[in-house]
Every structure is written in C-alpha cells, then in structure tokens.
Design a protein around this ligand. Structure first.
Ligand code: FMN
Length: 267
C-alpha cells in the first residue's frame, strides 16, 4: 500500500519510546526479536522500495540488542540502519553511547546512520571519526538550531561556520509562526508553544519570550506578542543578514571570523 502511494522507502521505527507505542511497536519490539524477525520478513516480502530501520540500543541497559537486530535486519534484506544508542528506559536523558554505533558498524555491511547528541557540527565530525558511521542523523538540534545542517556543510568545507544572530532567530520564528497562522491549523497554538520552548533558549531574555508565548491564546495573539517582544530589541536586527544567509556575528561570541571551532550554540 505504501509503495503504491509512491513513497521512496519504508522505514520501520524501533526507536519510539512513547508509552502508548511501546505496547505494540516502536522500541517495545526490541524485547521480542522473533516477532521482529517475522515483521522484517513480511515487510521485505511486501515491498520492493528500499527498506530501512531505526532502532534504539535496546529496552534497558541489561538488554542491549542493537547489534543483533542490525545483523538480523541485514540478513533479511533491510538496506540501512539508523542507530540511536539510548535505551527505551533512558528515553532522551543521559548520554547516547556512541560505542554502540561503532559496534553496529563493525557488525554489518549495510550503511549505518549514527544518531544521538549531535548538537554542533563538531559533534557530527566526531561521531564520524569515532564510530565509522556512514551518515549522521540530527535529532533535537534540528528544532533548537535549524541552521545546523548548513553549519555542518560549512564546517566540513571550511573548518568553521556562522552562528545565527538574534535577528536571524527572530525572522525564522516569525516566518514559521506566520506559516502556522496562514495554515489555520486546529493545533496551531500548541505547535507555536512547542517550537518556542525549543527555539528560544539562545535568545536574550528567552524565558520572558516563552512566558509571552505561553500566556497568549490564539495564533494571531502569539504572533503579535512575539513581534512586540522583538521590537524592543530592534538593534539586534540591524544589518543586512537575511534568514540563514551569509556569515553573521553573534553578540555573545564576538566577531564571526573568530568563531570557527569554539562556536557554541547554547542548545
Ligand atoms: C519531540 C521529538 C519527536 C521525535 N519524533 C521522532 C519520530 O517521529 N521518529 C523518529 O525516528 N525519531 C523521533 N525522535 C527521536 C529523534 O529523531 C532522535 O532519535 C533522538 O532525539 C536522539 O537524537 P538527539 O540526541 O540528537 O536528539 C523524536 C524526538 C523528539 C525529542
């Protein structure tokens, strides 16, 4: 069915830790490898498009199964594996154990995508180096610092990267909120609040901005209160830098030509 709808690939997600999901799927399946084997076989037989999986390390620290699952998946025709090396019990806390990514990479020939705790381009570079993975996957940093993808490319090419200014952050926030308002989504306010929570930590007085967003009741109210918040900070918007373009300066870090390796994103 998925294939008939024109999708390019099927990914079986063995990573989701949500309570309602693990009862019948997500990382809950890491507790039942025979069932997982049947699922891999059935899906592989059903689709010709690429089949990939994303898994966690295991259910808990006493049952780390990532290598076993990756090997089984490879033997049944799965074409790539993404590894988020936290257990389900860990959720999103604690450190991701990158040695598990390295172990999976050693164990299979299919491409291995490493995931977990990549907050800055330097982290991605270190993950490649330490694990030998073929690609990296960005998680929470995509929401706190959506510039990370361009920064990684810039870092790979030049060894340095630009930090978004407060103005860049404001424009991105307003642009996103504008799109939510225009789309008239039923859960627009919820989406705006969620994004504000992730995205405003590097903004000066971000806690006040989050408070403003959380007390507003409609998307329009949120949009205008965010605009008002930034009006008082107009000085930070001076300069020609459009959203995400060009090398910018971060008032908290000094001139961009000195940023390079010591740049921090505060995520
Ligand atoms: C709010 C939220 C939603 C997520 N949704 C998904 C999802 O739909 N599918 C998925 O494979 N992973 C999902 N993840 C997990 C991330 O992709 C990633 O594996 C995890 O956050 C670890 O990477 P990080 O340490 O870089 O954040 C989600 C994570 C968060 C925080």
């Amino acid at each position: 069915m998925v294939e008939d709808l024109g999708y390019d690939a099927v990914d079986i997600n063995l990573g989701c830790p949500a309570k309602k999901v693990v009862k019948c799927g997500g990382s809950g399946l890491l507790r039942d490898l025979p069932l997982l084997e049947r699922i891999f076989r059935a899906v592989r037989t059903a689709v010709k498009i690429p089949l990939t999986i994303k898994l966690r390390a295991g259910w808990d620290e006493k049952s780390i199964v990532a290598v076993d699952v990756a090997k089984m998946a490879e033997s049944l025709g799965v074409e790539a594996v993404a590894v988020h090396p936290r257990t389900r019990v860990q959720g999103y806390s604690g450190a991701a154990d990158w040695s598990i990514i390295a172990a999976v990479k050693q164990a299979v020939k299919i491409p291995v995508i490493g995931n977990g705790d990549i907050n800055r381009p330097e982290d991605a570079e270190r993950m490649f180096r330490e694990t030998g993975c073929d690609a990296v996957m960005i998680g929470r940093a995509a929401a706190t610092n959506p510039w990370i993808f361009r920064q990684m490319q810039e870092f790979a090419e030049t060894g340095r990267y630009a930090i978004p200014t407060e103005g860049d952050r404001f424009r991105l926030l307003i642009d996103y909120y504008g799109q939510i308002c225009a789309a008239n989504l039923p859960d627009g306010v919820g989406k705006m609040k969620q994004f504000a929570c992730w995205f405003t930590h590097s903004v000066g007085n971000g806690s006040e901005l989050r408070r403003i967003v959380h007390t507003a009741r409609t998307p329009g109210e949120i949009l205008s209160s965010v605009e008002r918040f930034f009006e008082g900070r107009a000085a930070a918007l001076a300069g020609p830098s459009p959203v995400g373009a060009g090398r910018s300066e971060d008032p908290g870090h000094g001139p961009s030509q000195h940023l390079g390796y010591e740049a921090t994103l505060g995520t």
